[in-house]
Structure formats: structure tokens, C-alpha cells
Design a protein around this ligand. Structure first.
Ligand SMILES: Nc1nc2c(c(=O)[nH]1)N[C@H]1C(S)=C(S)[C@@H](COP(=O)(O)OP(=O)(O)OC[C@H]3O[C@@H](n4cnc5c(=O)[nH]c(N)nc54)[C@H](O)[C@@H]3O)O[C@H]1N2
Ligand SMILES: Nc1nc2c(c(=O)[nH]1)N[C@H]1C(S)=C(S)[C@@H](COP(=O)(O)OP(=O)(O)OC[C@H]3O[C@@H](n4cnc5c(=O)[nH]c(N)nc54)[C@H](O)[C@@H]3O)O[C@H]1N2
Ligand code: SF4
Ligand SMILES: [Mo]
Length: 746
């Protein structure tokens, strides 16, 4: 056997761990996948999902050719026929009904493939539609909105400097399982162990005693959806006890008095009834954070996908700022990634928020509408509805609220195309599916997650295999489709779209105000040569970036060639202070009390006044991630799916006893929008009054072609989540804290 080791990154989660793939070159197959001990960032760490890249590459259910649905049958068709057909259908809908009749949804794997991220805008531009949806609005949109309003850009999200901090207050995140999110940091268990070994402290606030909570110094249960009250009370104590210190960002902070006035109304004694966290605990935590050498407050899914997502996301940063820990080592810091990015371009003009509205009246944010409105936008209002729909790497039927209504809506479309690798719960409704190559056949670079990393690193993922004949990279599918939809004459291979994408990015990467002020577009273009596709763009962005060679091969600095020569990646160093350069608000300041956010505080007060309904069967449903799952789509890989049943409802023993539920028995769970029956796990690890179900299951629907996943089908928790429930400022979906009725199932 002629074997070879290829080094690249695992693209399955934000950590992008370095992996060493042993390849048998005689048979062109993966022998095994291990952690790369020399990786500049992950140092050999790996989770069980990495090995599943082999299963994914070999999965017989993974599509290799375009398919077209004829009735209930799928027929393979060739690429030109498929792309022509899709473009003709999309153009026809656009020409007859206008661009608003076309909708699109881009899912999570889009951000894990740089080709998809770079070329999707070209397709969206060609479609000209304003009905764009992404998984952001079932995820981090509240954090993007709070960052936009506080610092001026949606992706200026400060990340915990976890390797140097002395104190971490972590809410609604389970990084030991998720491996970190909006905090790219491979080996979270190791980083937490080291934090504690150097005398630091980790405090976890979560309605479940999660895997991360088990590693922490302290864990407190919190009632789902109440983090904004808890955090406001922390802020109250910081002001009340004179503990506020702004540290190095003091000269740039605005709105301190307004924040003090808002917090004055919410002392710990006023919020404890709602949060379930005792006033003494809140006071002690506030004092500890203020006294720590360095400290950071961090929140994730549990603080975003809930009723007060924007308020909680904002207050998480307020705690860090008020204790002098923003932009300071060991606090929360703004990464300065290796690729030249928009965060160095001039400030945006009009705020990317509320420039148009959904039929329900919800505001656009960052060019998209909330996924909570997707079903009603397809069902329509009079003549206005989405008739043709494009999905890219998304599975909204399992990942968005009220999946049953969404499935009905998708079935009613005039035309649907999915760029996807599987025939699953969503793509079964498509008329055509266009599958990209396996990740192991494509070049990749973590453009997005290197912007959110706890260290500055640059790592390339070269393809492991020559692509199978007659297949397409993800970027090529998007470019070719964009070329055909916009009818660029002669642009069947997408070359002109490629040129357009390159020139647009090039004009932002060089010239006045950039790291290459004296360089023009033509010179940069000449320097990166005649490559095509995302490789050329990456070379451009690296060379024009803060650590780049500035297009001078004699200079030490980053370039694509340099990364190709460094299979384990390049470690650039720890995070460094970036205020004020990073700020892009109109005032040039850090806004502690942005009007839009302050406006939502009234809703928090109104909710505090209400009494909770007195119904013994009523519980609050939350989600959980599991080590061997990846959102909705890796259930077809045997190495992950095997083993005991994992899609079970966690119920506290006190609730189980009261409701007559037994461990291993079945429960019926009902919400305003749906119901399901599921196996019960009785435990002491969840807060009484709360139940938990993982998302991403429910693979037994008609027409789904996932043979392994079907054997471990589970239930779709998003049959219970309610599309009427949103975080008001952002429109983000509420996926945690759903009122449900639970009773024993016959
Ligand atoms: N109740 C509940 N719901 C949730 C969450 C929760 O915590 N609770 N979490 C939310 C979050 S954070 C997220 S990010 C969303 C995720 O929601 P989505 O992004 O909608 O869905 P995924 O489950 O990531 O599905 C990815 C899709 O991409 C396809 N795919 C995989 N790899 C590729 C590829 O390389 N190219 C292409 N073109 N397709 C590919 C898969 O077949 C699948 O169809 O779910 C959200 N939904
Ligand atoms: N293994 C694995 N890793 C993943 C994924 C996966 O599916 N599987 N998905 C990836 C994606 S797309 C994302 S976005 C990240 C998410 O990364 P994380 O946010 O770290 O992961 P979750 O497990 O969703 O953690 C959310 C936690 O919030 C708690 N929670 C729920 N409601 C509330 C609340 O109201 N308040 C508080 N304080 N806590 C609450 C839950 O109990 C849970 O422990 O993970 C990524 N990594
Ligand atoms: S933590 Fe696991 S899934 Fe995430 S990048 Fe590392 S190996 Fe891949
Ligand atoms: Mo996510």
C-alpha cells in the first residue's frame, strides 16, 4: 500500500482542528484520521466527529451527481442540463413575478467552506431578491446586532481570551461538547483544565448541569430565557457597590449613566423570583468578577436563541466592559485575522438593519429576514409570496421553528433547488439538487472562524483527493448558476462571475486606507496571477492582510504559497488590543446604551410584572448538543450514529414523579404548534420545571434517503418550537424556554 499523510483542518465545527489524514494512494481511500500533534492551534486535539469525515466522503447516500425529481423518483442528470434547467426556472419566476418571488436559505455549513461564503453573494446578487434567510437567525443574530450597535459592525464580536483569563462567567454555552462557538478554540476541555490549573475560576449558568458545568468551579441553574434579568442584576451590583472600572477602553465608552439608570431598577432581589438565582449569589459573583485580575463574561446559544436574546447578548458584553476587561488580555478581545477583511474597510453607511421588512413586519438585519417568518413568506399574502426557493447547505425543516408548517410550505413551491449533498427532510422537496464535492476534494480556509479565534493563526486545508470526474466545487456551482441566472453572455463556466467576485474584493483589499495603500487593483491582480476561484482570492486577502507579504515575495509575510509550505499552519500570536481602530459606530465610541436596545428594556419590565401560569403539567423546553451529532446532518455516518438512543427527553426526577413519567418510558410533549412522543430520561442534572431535547433528529419522514440516520431517527424538536416566538429587536428564533405540556404516553 502506498500511503501518504495529508494535513488539513476538520471543517465540521468552528474549532477547525488540524488533522492528519492517512491516505492509501493505491486505492485512493482514507485509511485513518488522527489529530495533528504539530498543528499550530489544536496541537493534536480531536473529537469523535473528525473521523466521520471518512464516513462522509465514502457515504453511499451522499450525492455525487445532480438529481432531478420526477414525481417521487429521482433521476441523475448531467451538470449542464441541471444548471440550465435551474437557471431557466429561476429566471422565469423572477421575470414573471419579480425578484421578491425568489427566496433563499443558506445553512450552517456555508460558513465552513470558504468557496461557498465567497461566491454566494454573487448568486444572491444575480437573483436580486430581498427574501434572504440564513441559519444566523436561528443562532447568533442577537449577538451580531448587539455588536453592530455597540461597536459598529456585526462581526466585531469580542471573543474570550480564554488562555489568559483568571475568571470566566459562562452562560448558555456548552463548549466542552460544542467545542466553542463565537470563540474558536480547539480543545476546550484542555483550555478549561489549564484555566483552573493556573488558579482561575469557571462559573457556569445553565438550566442543565452540562458537561461544561461538570468541569466548572460553580454551576447555577437558571430559568430558561431569564439571563437578561440575571445580568442586569449583576450590572446593578457593579454600580451599586462602586465596582465599575472601565480600564483601557474608558476614553471611548459612551452611555454609562444611561446604563446605570436602567440597572438601578433591577436589583438582584427583584429578579431572583424569575431567574431562580439567589440575590446573595448574584452579589458575590459581581464582587468576584470585579476583583479578578482578568475576567470575561461569555454567552452563546442559550443566551441568543431565547426571548431576550439581544438584551442578554448586550449585557454579556456590558459585564466585561464594566469590570475593565474589554480589549484587555484575559478579557474579551477583538481578533485581527490574517485575511484583509471588511473590519478594516471604511465604516458602513446606512445601518444594515430595518431597510426592509417581512410580511409580518419584522426588520431585515444584515441583508436577511428572520427564519421565523420563512413559512409565512412562502404561504404568502395576496399576490406576494415566495414561489421559487434556493437552499444552500441548509435543513430548515429540522432546524427552524414549526418544522411541520415549513415542510408544508416547501411542498407548495412552484420551484425549489437545493445545493446539498443529501436527500433529507428539506431537500426532498427540491425539484433539482446540485451536490458539491466532498470536503476532502476541495481547498479550504477558515475565513470566518479565523475572525473569531482566541489566537491569531492561519492554516490551509489542501484537497486530499483529486476530485472525482464530472463533479463541481461548491464555488463553481454558485458561480456557474450566477452566470446563467444573470445571463452573462458566454459565461457558462462562471469565469466572468469569478472575475467580478475577485475585482470586488480586490478593490476593498488594496488602495488608500488598507495595509497596501500604494497598490492598485491591477498590480494586485498581476501579483496573484492567473489562478481561478477562491484560491486566488485567498492569496489576495492573505498578502494584503495585516501579516501579509504585501505582494512582495522578498518580504517575510503570509501568502498562499507560504501556507502551502506550512502544512501545520502558522501561529501568529496571542490577541492584542484593537480599540479604537476596530470601532465603527457613528460616534466612534463604544455604545453602552444604544437606543434600539434600550427600547427593548420595557419588554423586560413588562414580562417581570406578569405572574407565571399555574399549571403543573407546564414545563419549559430547552435544547442540547451532543458530542456525536452535528446539527441535523451527520446522523447518516455510522461511526457517529451507532450506540444507545440519544434523542431522549431529560426530565427532573421531581417532575417525573409528579407527572407519572418513568425512565425509559414514553412521554407525550405538546406545545402551541405541535406534539410528539419521545423516550424519557429521568435525571437530577436538569432544573426542575425544565425539560431538554436535542435538535437535528426526526429522520423518518417520507422521501428521506438517509439509510443509517433512519435507523436512529429520533424526533424533530422543532415540531414544538413556535414561529411566533422571537427575540423582538433581532427577530431571532426562540428555541429555548418553549412552554410545553408533558404527560405519559400510552
Ligand atoms: N431547537 C433547536 N433548533 C436549532 C438549534 C438549537 O439549538 N435548537 N440550533 C440552531 C443552530 S445554532 C444552527 S447553526 C442551525 C443549523 O441549521 P441549518 O444550517 O439549517 O442545518 P444543518 O443541520 O447545519 O444542515 C446542513 C445542511 O447542509 C448539508 N450539507 C452538509 N455539508 C454540506 C456541504 O459541504 N455543502 C452543501 N451544499 N451542503 C452540505 C446537509 O445535508 C444539510 O442539509 O440549527 C438551528 N436550530
Ligand atoms: N458536537 C456538536 N458540536 C457543535 C454543534 C453540534 O451540533 N454538535 N453545533 C455547532 C453550532 S452550529 C453551534 S451554534 C455551537 C453552539 O455551541 P454552544 O452554545 O456552546 O452549545 P449548546 O450545546 O447549544 O449550548 C447551549 C447551552 O445553553 C443552555 N441553555 C438553554 N437555554 C438557556 C437559557 O435560557 N439560559 C442559559 N443560561 N442557558 C440556556 C443549554 O442547556 C445548553 O447547555 O455548537 C457547534 N458545535
Ligand atoms: S472539535 Fe471535532 S468537529 Fe470540531 S473541528 Fe475539532 S475534530 Fe472537527
Ligand atoms: Mo449554529
Amino acid at each position: 500500500m502506498a500511503s501518504e499523510i495529508v494535513y488539513r483542518n476538520c471543517s465540521l465545527c468552528e474549532a477547525h482542528c488540524g488533522i492528519a489524514i492517512e491516505v492509501d494512494r493505491t486505492e485512493e481511500r482514507v485509511v485513518t484520521i488522527r489529530g495533528d500533534a504539530d498543528d499550530a492551534f489544536s496541537r493534536g486535539y480531536l473529537c469523535p466527529k473528525a473521523y466521520a469525515l471518512k464516513g462522509l466522503h465514502e457515504d453511499p447516500d451522499r450525492l455525487r451527481r445532480p438529481v432531478r425529481r420526477v414525481g417521487q423518483e429521482w433521476q441523475e442528470i448531467d451538470w449542464d442540463e441541471a444548471l440550465d434547467l435551474v437557471a431557466a426556472q429561476l429566471r422565469q419566476v423572477r421575470d414573471t413575478h419579480g425578484p421578491s418571488a425568489i427566496g433563499s436559505y443558506a445553512g450552517n455549513p456555508t460558513v465552513h467552506d470558504f468557496g461557498a461564503g465567497l461566491y454566494l453573494p454573487a448568486l444572491l446578487k444575480a437573483l436580486g431578491n430581498h427574501k434572504r434567510f440564513t441559519a444566523s437567525s436561528v443562532d447568533q443574530l442577537p449577538k451580531q446586532l448587539s455588536s453592530l450597535l455597540m461597536y459598529g459592525r456585526g462581526l466585531s464580536i469580542p471573543v474570550p481570551d480564554i488562555d489568559r483569563t483568571s475568571y470566566m462567567l459562562l452562560l448558555g454555552a456548552n463548549p466542552v461538547v460544542s467545542n466553542g462557538s463565537l470563540m474558536t478554540a480547539p480543545d476546550m476541555p484542555g483550555r478549561i483544565e489549564r484555566l483552573r490549573a493556573r488558579g482561575g475560576k469557571l462559573v457556569v449558568i445553565d438550566p442543565r448541569r452540562s458537561e461544561t458545568a461538570r468541569m466548572a468551579d460553580e454551576h447555577h441553574f437558571i430559568r430558561p430565557g431569564t439571563d437578561a434579568w440575571f445580568l442586569f442584576s449583576l450590572v446593578h451590583v457593579l454600580f451599586d457597590e462602586g465596582l465599575v472600572r472601565l480600564g483601557r477602553v474608558a476614553p471611548w465608552v459612551r452611555g454609562l449613566d444611561e446604563l446605570r439608570a436602567l440597572a438601578a431598577k433591577l436589583p438582584p432581589e427583584a429578579t431572583a423570583r424569575r431567574t431562580g438565582i439567589a440575590p446573595d449569589t448574584v452579589r458575590r459573583l459581581a464582587r468576584e468578577i470585579a476583583a479578578a485580575d482578568s475576567a470575561v463574561c461569555y454567552g452563546r446559544i442559550g443566551t441568543c436563541t431565547q426571548q431576550f436574546g439581544t438584551l442578554a447578548s448586550w449585557l454579556v458584553d456590558c459585564v466585561t466592559i464594566l469590570t475593565g476587561n474589554l480589549d484587555s488580555p484575559g478579557g474579551a478581545m477583538f481578533p485581527h485575522p490574517a485575511t484583509a477583511t471588511a473590519d478594516e474597510a471604511p465604516r458602513p453607511g446606512k445601518l444594515p438593519y430595518g431597510r426592509w421588512r417581512s410580511l409580518r413586519g419584522l426588520p431585515e438585519a444584515f441583508g436577511e429576514l428572520p427564519a421565523a417568518t420563512l413559512a409565512e413568506e412562502i404561504e404568502g399574502n395576496g399576490n406576494e409570496r415566495i414561489r421559487a426557493f434556493v437552499t444552500l447547505a441548509g435543513n430548515p425543516v429540522l432546524s427552524c421553528q414549526n418544522g411541520a408548517r415549513l415542510a408544508r410550505a416547501l411542498a407548495s413551491l412552484d420551484f425549489m433547488v437545493s445545493i446539498d449533498i443529501y436527500i433529507n427532510e428539506t431537500t426532498r422537496f427540491a425539484h433539482v439538487i446540485l451536490p458539491p464535492r466532498s470536503p476532502l476534494e476541495q481547498l479550504n480556509y477558515e475565513l470566518v472562524f479565523s475572525r473569531l479565534a482566541v489566537r491569531h493563526v492561519a492554516k490551509l486545508s489542501p484537497p486530499v483527493f483529486e476530485p472525482a470526474p464530472d463533479t463541481r466545487d461548491q464555488w463553481q456551482i454558485l458561480a456557474e448558476l450566477a452566470g446563467r441566472v444573470s445571463r452573462v453572455p458566454g459565461d457558462v463556466p462562471g469565469d466572468m462571475i469569478d472575475e467580478l467576485v475577485f475585482s470586488t474584493l480586490c478593490s476593498k483589499a488594496v488602495g488608500p486606507g488598507t495595509h497596501c495603500p500604494d497598490l492598485g487593483v491591477a498590480q494586485a491582480r498581476a501579483a496573484v496571477g492567473k489562478q481561478r476561484g477562491p484560491a486566488r482570492i485567498l492569496d489576495l486577502l492573505l498578502r494584503a492582510g495585516p501579516y501579509g507579504d504585501r505582494f512582495d515575495e522578498a518580504r517575510p509575510g503570509l501568502s498562499l504559497a507560504r501556507l502551502r509550505a506550512e502544512p501545520h499552519g502558522v501561529d501568529i500570536g496571542p490577541l492584542e488590543p484593537r480599540v479604537p481602530q476596530v470601532l465603527a459606530t457613528e460616534s466612534g465610541a463604544i455604545e453602552l446604551a444604544p437606543a434600539l436596545i434600550v427600547g427593548d428594556v420595557a419588554r423586560l419590565h413588562a414580562e417581570l410584572e406578569k405572574d407565571e401560569p399555574d399549571d403543573p403539567e407546564r414545563l419549559l423546553l430547552i435544547g442540547r448538543r451532543q458530542l456525536r451529532n452535528n446539527n441535523s446532518w451527520m446522523g447518516n455516518i455510522h461511526s457517529l450514529a451507532k450506540g444507545r438512543e440519544r434523542c431522549t427527553l431529560l426530565v427532573h426526577s421531581v417532575d417525573a414523579e409528579r407527572l407519572g413519567l418513568v425512565d425509559g418510558g414514553r412521554a407525550r410533549v405538546r406545545s402551541r404548534v405541535g406534539e410528539l412522543t419521545v423516550t424519557v430520561t429521568v435525571t437530577g442534572e436538569i432544573m426542575p420545571g425544565v425539560v431538554s431535547l436535542p435538535h437535528g433528529f426526526g429522520h423518518d419522514a417520507d422521501g428521506v434517503r438517509l439509510r443509517v440516520a433512519r435507523e436512529h431517527a429520533g424526533v424533530n424538536t422543532n415540531l414544538l418550537t413556535d414561529e411566533a416566538a422571537i427575540d423582538v429587536p433581532s427577530g431571532n428564533a426562540v428555541l429555548n424556554g418553549i412552554p410545553v405540556q408533558v404527560s405519559p404516553a400510552p
